[in-house]
Design a protein. Structure first.
Lengths: 138, 138, 138, 138, 138, 138
């Protein structure tokens, strides 16, 4: 049960409806996920969040599926049930095979373990990783 | 300052030294990171952890660089300073460009935000994501 | 389903019932939340926790509503579903408007993102923030 | 040591420098914090992040100081050392007294404890908090 | 609803079934928990995880019940509902009394609070804890 | 560098000094850890925290060393560097051997991994763990 109502198209205000329309067009899909209907209670935040999703998840130096895998990994680390369900579905629809999902999760589990080794033992960083990165060439 | 000594090759016992040797061979690199020298105080755990790293990070349905990106994403979510430094270096040595790193981090930031939207508003999962996945075909 | 029974007034022991009574008096409300009925299995901890809640949430240099907002923010960061529901209700009953809730959540989302920027990029603290704070004047 | 170089004004590109300029104007302060110099390696993300900070931290239904307190609370929950230092300084410069800081932290500590009670005991939500919130009046 | 099917004995492949058999034998109990049926979709990971559980949870310098208590503590800190339920049941079956459970949780709550004090105030480590630990005697 | 000054005995007020004295007496040790000197800026919180530490860490159904192990486990999960250093030292002074420390950490690593399996795959709880616990006998 969300802390705010999930607004229908009729309940959402004009700005929120415009975002719904853009989501539908961008995704070529008429369905609007609950998270957007919840965010519609704050049209400013809805707009800002959607515009960041649109910009960030578009393919670039990384392809769209790799971005979904990274998104799932963060959602698993952050314990976001909603996000794990919706983005696993999204990744599958973008071509994630079950073998890819298994390997994604294997890395998530491994990093969960080794992160805890480094933190639990308070391992200090090796000198060789302490060199300042160089600025981009002019 | 680690909670346990970082064992030199001479201080490590025979089983730990055998793991050090396998790390050197597998990575074609003589350097042993501090995390392994810390784990060498518990040779059983050193062996189990290294064998899991070796198995998990090898290319399969996902290539080795994609696995490093996922690893970095989890390490950022888990706030593991040691892991962020060492795996960013590893990813760069495996071909991660600065554009790729930027996009990786963009997805990490976005998921951090939208995970918090879904959690903060306690958005309930859409019915459509609640279908039981089917078992593999016989 | 809690890991311990939610004790009714009859099942709770005398010390726990005394805390229930104080909660009822302090809040001018007969209802006892499930968290207190769960804690009643350990009357010492029930008493200690309630006394800390009573002391901490009372208005002081910060008013009672601001304290509820801070409480919600931490509960969102910690992914505590129970706490988000009960304290959002409490904040609304203390006068939190939907506009205030929206802005509270905007800051929670923003901090979730920028915290991850600072951590993900391992940004070192600017020298100017490293000055030791001075002790209070005698 | 950040994972990317902290770009000086000269090293930053034109878009990043424009953001630096807007930060300086908005804050009436010539100093640019390290987090912005780190983000300048990705001018798109720098611009998006700064525009969200500017929009979100401006006073509205909540005043600017209350927003800083919420920001600090989230940063404490997320263990962001950089953010705790910079935003505690910001809050002090906006009028946070030591008494206010103490009470802020008291609530953060309390919520950390009671969040863990609700989670640790897996307390189920009281029926009364499960009513769907009503949509805004037309 | 899990993201992968919970495989029955018939749906699991031969390697996964062999792990199921070893779980049954080791625990002298015919029931297989859902987590293993979910992991059975990735027999490699199932095998690796079970072998680590078997090795780690066996009594050694710490007895089996103390290990369960530590496991519950981590699961509470990590907000793992599934793990809290299953391991509290396991600990009770290994002899954890309600008094022990109460004290376990008291420490979990206390550490949640004092961890947040140390982090929230950014308390620097006392010099006396910064001495390097000595390597084991030859 | 803490966000508040670490108060010397002379800088602390009378109430804080009384807590310092009780710490010294209880621990039969003249040294006061930095965390108490930081908390001394808020004598109420100092007093409340110390009284909870004193009550909780005393032996009861669990012995003092087991409580330290649980404390370390939570501190590792919460990424509290200060707490890991101070409580590992405390546990060693109370008799924790290196073999015990290794096994403690093995369980912490394992739970970090399996918590992430249960969360990452969103495994639903087995029916058998959903029985309501019974209230204590009258």
């Amino acid at each position: 049960m969300a802390l705010v109502p999930l607004l229908t198209d009729d309940e959402a205000d004009a700005r929120a409806r415009a975002v719904f329309d853009d989501i539908r067009t961008t995704r070529a899909n008429n369905y609007i996920n609950n998270i957007w209907r919840a965010l519609a209670n704050d049209p400013d935040q809805l707009q800002a969040t959607w515009s960041q999703v649109k910009r960030t998840m578009a393919p670039g130096a990384l392809d769209a599926l790799t971005k979904e895998l990274i998104y799932i990994a963060v959602s698993a680390a952050n314990n976001c049930s909603y996000c794990l369900h919706t983005h696993t579905a999204a990744a599958r629809s973008k071509g994630m095979s079950e073998a890819m999902f298994n390997e994604l999760m294997q890395v998530v589990y491994l990093a969960s373990l080794t992160n805890r080794v480094a933190i639990g033992l308070q391992v200090e960083l090796d000198q060789r990783y302490l060199q300042p990165p160089s600025p981009p060439a002019a």
